[in-house]
Design a protein around this ligand. Structure first.
Ligand code: ADP
Length: 393
C-alpha cells in the first residue's frame, strides 16, 4: 500500500474544518481525562477500572484508545507489519487517527455531557516523533485543533520496571511455553527502527528512557494540568489516588437533599479527604450547590451539618493560607456557630475566620442570585454513588 503524505494532510485539514464547525465544548467541567506514560506503566489497567465506575455515574463515559479509529488504524497496522513506516507518514497517520476519533467519538461525547478517558493523547506522538527526528513544532501544529485535556494522569515509572511488566504481560497473553522475546516487544513501539542497540531489550530500554526524560520535560512545563502518579505503587493505591483527584475536582460525588435545597456531596462526613499532601477525616458533609457560580468561578461550596431543623447559616469569607480572600463558603445545618466554626477549622486549619450570620431564606436568595446554567445535565447525571462504591474494585 502506498499512502501519500499530502493525502493524509488534506484528510487532517478536512477533519479539522469539521471539528471547527461542531458546537464548542463546555469548559466548566473536567471531562477530557488523559492517561500518559510508558508502555507497561499501568495506564490501561486504571482506565478499565475507572471506566467501569464512571459508567455508573455518567453512562455516557467512553474510552478512546490510541490507533483505534476504524479507517486509519488498519492502515497503520499494515504499514507496521511491513516495517515500512516513515516517521513523517507515521506522524500524519497518528494525527489522522486522532482527528477521526475527535470527530466521531471524543467531541460528540464531551458535547453530550459525557466523559472521555483517553488512553494516550497527542503527547505520545509528540515524544515519539521527536525521538525519530521530527520537528516538535510541526507535530504540535498537527494537533492544534485538538481540545486540550482537562487533566493528564502521568504514570511515572522506571523503564526497567515497565519493561519487565511488558514482558510479563506478553507471557500472560500468549499462554504459551514457547515464548519469544521478539514477539513480546513490538518493533516500532520498542524503537527498533531507530537502531539504538543490537540487543532488542537494551534498545527498548534506551528508547523508553528517552521517552521517560521527555515526558518529564513536557509535563514539567504544563504541570498545572498534570497529576503525576508513582506508577510503581500497587494497583489499588493508584486507583484511590485517581479517585481522590476526581472527587477533589468535582467529577465524582452524589446529589443530596438537605431541607429544600439539593447539593452535590463530594465528601461525606467521616470520609478521608487528601489536601495539600495531608489527609483529614471530614467532620461534616462537604460539597457544592450545582448550577451556581462563586467568586472562584466554580460552584458555591457548602459545609453541611446534621441538623435539618437549624435555620442558622454562616456565610464564611474563605481565604487562602496567605489570608487572601478566595470565595464565599456557606455552613448550613449546624446546631451552633461554634459547631460550624469547629468543622470549618478542621478542614481549613489556622485561618482567620471571617463570617456573617444569615438566615435560611437569605441563603436561598443568595444561591438564586448566583444561579448559573452550565452543564446542568452533567450534574443531574451524577446520581447516587455510595462511598462504598469508590472503594469497590
Ligand atoms: P499500559 O497500558 O500502560 O501499557 P497495562 O495497564 O497494560 O500498562 O499494564 C502492564 C502490565 O502490568 C499488565 O500485565 C498489568 O496487569 C500490570 N500492572 C498494571 N498496573 C500495575 C501495578 N500498579 N503494579 C504491578 N503490575 C501492574
Amino acid at each position: 500500500m502506498i499512502i501519500k503524505d499530502d493525502v493524509l494532510i488534506s484528510f487532517i485539514r478536512k477533519a479539522q474544518q469539521e471539528i471547527m464547525e461542531l458546537p464548542p465544548i463546555p469548559t466548566n467541567r473536567k471531562t477530557l481525562i488523559v492517561f500518559e506514560g510508558l508502555d507497561g506503566s499501568g495506564k490501561s489497567t486504571q482506565v478499565k477500572l475507572l471506566h467501569k465506575l464512571l459508567k455508573k455515574v455518567v453512562p455516557n463515559t467512553v474510552v478512546s484508545r490510541w490507533n483505534s479509529s476504524q479507517r486509519i488504524s488498519d492502515i497503520i497496522k499494515e504499514l507496521k507489519n511491513k516495517k515500512d513506516l516513515k516517521p513523517q507518514t507515521w506522524a500524519l497517520l497518528e494525527a489522522a487517527d486522532l482527528y477521526e476519533r475527535l470527530r466521531n467519538e471524543i467531541i460528540p461525547t464531551l458535547n453530550n455531557n459525557g466523559i472521555v478517558l483517553c488512553d494516550r493523547y497527542y503527547y505520545t506522538p509528540l515524544i515519539r516523533g521527536y525521538i525519530r527526528g521530527l520537528n516538535p513544532k510541526w507535530i504540535l501544529d498537527l494537533y492544534k485543533y485538538a481540545p486540550k485535556p482537562d487533566v493528564i494522569f502521568y504514570f511515572k515509572i522506571d523503564p526497567n520496571i515497565s519493561i519487565s511488566r511488558v514482558l510479563k504481560r506478553s507471557k500472560e497473553i500468549t499462554l504459551s511455553d514457547i515464548w519469544d522475546i521478539k514477539d513480546a516487544i513490538k518493533f516500532y513501539e520498542s524503537g527498533q527502527d531507530l537502531n539504538l542497540h543490537d540487543n532488542p531489550l537494551t534498545n527498548f530500554y534506551i528508547f523508553q528512557k528517552k521517552m521517560c526524560d521527555l515526558y518529564d520535560k513536557i509535563f514539567n512545563i504544563i504541570k498545572n494540568k498534570v497529576f503525576t502518579i508513582d506508577a510503581t505503587q500497587d494497583i489499588n493505591k493508584i486507583y484511590e489516588q485517581i479517585l481522590d483527584y476526581l472527587r477533589e475536582n468535582k467529577i465524582l460525588g452524589k446529589l443530596k437533599k438537605f431541607k429544600d435545597i439539593t447539593y452535590h456531596e463530594e465528601f461525606p462526613k467521616g470520609s478521608l479527604r487528601a489536601k495539600d499532601g495531608e489527609k483529614i477525616i471530614m467532620p461534616c458533609s462537604y460539597g457544592f450547590i450545582p448550577n451556581t457560580i462563586g467568586e472562584d468561578l466554580m460552584e458555591l461550596d457548602v459545609l453541611v451539618g446534621d441538623n435539618e431543623n437549624s435555620d442558622l447559616v454562616l456565610k464564611i469569607y474563605h481565604t487562602n493560607k496567605k489570608g487572601e480572600f478566595k470565595e464565599v463558603k456557606y455552613a448550613i445545618g449546624f446546631n451552633s456557630i461554634d459547631d460550624a466554626i469547629r468543622c470549618y477549622d478542621t478542614i481549613y486549619p489556622n485561618r482567620d475566620i471571617k463570617y456573617k450570620i444569615i438566615d435560611w431564606n437569605t441563603f436561598k436568595k443568595e444561591i438564586n442570585e448566583n444561579k448559573n446554567d452550565p452543564k446542568t445535565k452533567f450534574i443531574e447525571n451524577l446520581i447516587n454513588i455510595s462511598t462504598n462504591e469508590y472503594n469497590s474494585k
